[in-house]
Design a protein around this ligand. Structure first.
Ligand code: UDP
Length: 406
């Protein structure tokens, strides 16, 4: 690698051709008052799911701009993740019973973490419910921000009442969509939609040969149009609905379905949902269910798909939508969470109601029939993502917020 390429590898200037000089100057100006600021992010997994992927890209850029960005992991046990996945489900509206012992363990693990983790930073950003109680067990001397990536639009009341007193201890909240602001929460809550990194393995350019080789590695032929959903095997992503839409489309157009979902360390429900999906898919031809962790496979699939599906019943943001649009692939997605921010109906893809498989299948069918429509929506989708959902915009939003809270 030439020296200049190496120097550009992680820096903000790498994004210049995508965002222009003015935006780069704006980012540098926003970082100037924050030079040397020690920022700690706390989350519960380094791998799997959107939060880990975003932090992996965001932190080197913060460091590049002169901040001192750290990332700590709440060491969860399977028992903790069973409880926090329950909290996650309840925040997304499911009725979940919590035992006193569960809540005690949730707090104990956070207390243990607080005792053994050096937290000396100027700002602490806590992601999602897993490390939320941490704030109770530290000598808090600086601003703390709770960054919630979950759909908070209609939480089960019991769960929200349980978490709200903890959330109130924070100095600011951050959510992904206007619909997730809580009117009953007396906390300044900011809107920062997530973003994708165009240079990460999931999104970087991938030539036709490399793409075909990656698909061949998993035994996926390109003989028929591909429908793809890339999502953890999670009931909220409606994998069974994806199969149902495929079944209906397949009656009219011969196509192939790939569902790729790796297992996130903090999502214990994955294996069980996978088995259910596998049983339901058993009778359908041309279905590929894959649980491998392979970011280049995500890239290759989103690139080769005729249509990407994101049929979530609830969704925080749904990074997979921007990822597909960035590759010029149209998306049929449900109008939940952050998906409508990304899919402008009829312009960058199609929006359907969650659970409306008939309409979803109809939309997929018309896209499969019209290559020019796919190209048009895909192109508009890429431009929409370039303007709104690339990493530098996320970085700028965070720099502005950090500037505000300190
Ligand atoms: N992802 C992945 N491999 C998989 C499934 C998902 O790398 O098998 C990535 C996906 O490309 C996206 C992230 O994990 O970058 C999932 O983020 P999203 O917001 O779509 O959903 P979440 O899992 O955070 O609910």
């Amino acid at each position: 690698m030439a020296k200049e390429d190496w120097l550009n590898e992680m820096g903000i200037e790498r994004y210049l051709p995508l965002i222009g000089e003015e935006t780069v100057a704006e980012i540098v100006a926003a970082a100037r008052p924050l030079l040397g600021l020690r920022v700690l992010h706390v989350s519960s997994t380094f791998h799997g799911g959107g939060v880990a992927g975003m932090l992996r890209s965001l932190l080197p850029l913060m460091t590049d701009l002169g901040l001192d960005a750290d990332w700590s992991l709440l060491y969860g046990t399977p028992e903790l993740f069973r409880i926090t996945k329950g909290l996650h489900n309840a925040l997304q509206g499911e009725e979940v019973e919590f035992q006193e012992d569960d809540i005690r363990l949730y707090h104990e693990i956070n207390e243990f973490f607080a005792r053994h983790t050096p937290i000396f930073h100027d700002v602490v950003v806590v992601h999602d419910p897993q490390p939320l109680p941490l704030i109770r067990y530290v000598q808090k001397e600086t601003p703390w921000i709770w960054r919630c990536h979950i759909d908070l639009s209609s939480p089960a009341p019991q769960a929200w009442e349980l978490l709200k007193p903890l959330v109130l201890r924070y100095d600011a909240g951050v959510v992904s969509s206007e619909a997730f602001r809580k009117p009953d929460l007396a906390l300044p809550t900011h809107l920062i939609p997530p973003a994708i990194d165009p240079f990460s393995p999931i999104n970087r350019e991938l030539g036709e040969e490399e793409t075909a080789a990656k698909l061949a590695q998993y035994g996926i032929p390109l003989d028929k149009p591909l429908l793809v959903q890339v999502s953890r095997f999670d009931k909220w992503k409606d994998p069974r609905g994806v199969l149902e839409v495929f079944r209906r489309v397949k009656e009219q157009v011969d196509c192939r379905l790939v569902m790729l979902g790796n297992m996130a360390a903090d999502d214990p429900e994955g294996p069980e949902i996978f088995r259910e999906v596998e049983a339901q898919a058993g009778a359908l031809p041309d279905v590929h269910l894959i649980t491998a962790t392979d970011e280049l496979l995500v890239n290759a699939l989103q690139r080769s798909a005729a249509v990407v599906l994101q049929l979530s019943l609830r969704e925080g943001f749904g990074l997979t939508v921007s990822e597909a649009l960035w590759k010029g692939t149209p998306v049929v997605g449900t109008c939940v969470g952050g998906i409508p921010l990304q899919i402008k109906d009829g312009h960058t893809g199609f929006l359907v109601e969650p659970g409306d498989y008939e309409t979803a299948a109809g939309r997929v069918f018309s896209l499969l029939r019209q290559a020019d429509l796919r190209a048009e929506l895909g192109q508009a989708g890429r431009e929409h993502v370039r303007r709104n959902f690339l990493l530098p915009r996320l970085l700028l939003d965070w720099l502005n917020l950090l500037g505000e809270v300190i």
